[in-house]
Design a protein around this ligand. Sequence first.
Ligand SMILES: *[C@@H]1O[C@H](CO)[C@@H](O)[C@H](O)[C@H]1NC(C)=O
Ligand SMILES: *[C@@H]1O[C@H](CO)[C@@H](O)[C@H](O)[C@H]1NC(C)=O
Ligand SMILES: *[C@@H]1O[C@H](CO)[C@@H](O)[C@H](O)[C@H]1NC(C)=O
Length: 291
Amino acid sequence: MASSGIIVFIFTVLCICAVKSGFVKVECKAENVGQYGQQSLLECVVKTGQFVTDPTIRMVAWKKLNSPEDEGGLVLGFHRGKLDRPKRGYMFAEPTWDEKNMNVSLLITNTAVADDGDYKCMVITDSGDGSTVTTLKVQAKYSVPTVYSIPEKIVPNSESTLICESRGGYPQGTIRWFVEEKHDWTGSSKMEAKQSDDGLFQLTSRLSLSRGSTFSKYTCAVFNASGGKENEKTFEMPPPPPSSLGGIVYDTPHMIVVRPAGTILLLTVLFSNFSQSGIRENLNLNQPDPS
Ligand SMILES: *[C@@H]1O[C@H](CO)[C@@H](O)[C@H](O)[C@H]1NC(C)=O
Ligand SMILES: *[C@@H]1O[C@H](CO)[C@@H](O)[C@H](O)[C@H]1NC(C)=O
Ligand SMILES: *[C@@H]1O[C@H](CO)[C@@H](O)[C@H](O)[C@H]1NC(C)=O
């Protein structure tokens, strides 16, 4: 008999708890996106059952979870009618929030990479309590890449490297290379991603140009974590300096063979308006043999 009494008692307690918490729900937008350095909103509202009139909030706790099992660190709290140890830069999104306002959204004033992750919003009202986990995805846009070569002056017919850098992005993105604006040349490159103290990524990609590389344009494009192109920069191969013309074979705009002693001849070619056949004749007829 005593045991059935206990069972009835437990059952009653369970029912009361279920009804009590069943009247209150914290409804949040499942995923919120925030831009680095700007304001982020984690939207949550408290919903009460239809029989609850004029509910009052007794406690709110916004916690940042570092892992799913984690208790979390308090970033904004309301308890016994006043704010409880709010972290700097975290506040209720409603400017004049009070215990009668069911919009308990959290505003992060200056979003940092460290703000990325899960948050738990716990609310206790005079008609029950509820809690929900919501996520903030922080994004930062990558800068327009800078592209430079090593060596700085590309010596035709010797090895060189193009280096592309883009910084200040989050989450980690990728750099891809294109030649002549369309052919994907990423396979010849190697990318490195470094995270700075503020959590933002710096991407560096090195593209090796083999001897006799003939493309005139190399484009470096930076893509964000979801594959959207953010920025790009095109590197135009410099025309070879006249002083290093010895023994070089050009393929643009037309094939002209020049030997060291032919430098003056080439300048003549560049600055006058010979027909193609005229150039050939000049080269063949007038070129002295250096050997
Ligand atoms: C909650 O308050 C914020 C800030 O005022 C507002 O942007 C948001 O739309 C509100 N949400 C709801 C559901 O009222
Ligand atoms: C990536 O870029 C696309 C297009 O610009 C944008 O819609 C998307 O939100 C960006 N994603 C991230 C993670 O930055
Ligand atoms: C250059 O030569 C072509 C023919 O070979 C001629 O049509 C053209 O007008 C010339 N240009 C100049 C600037 O003299």
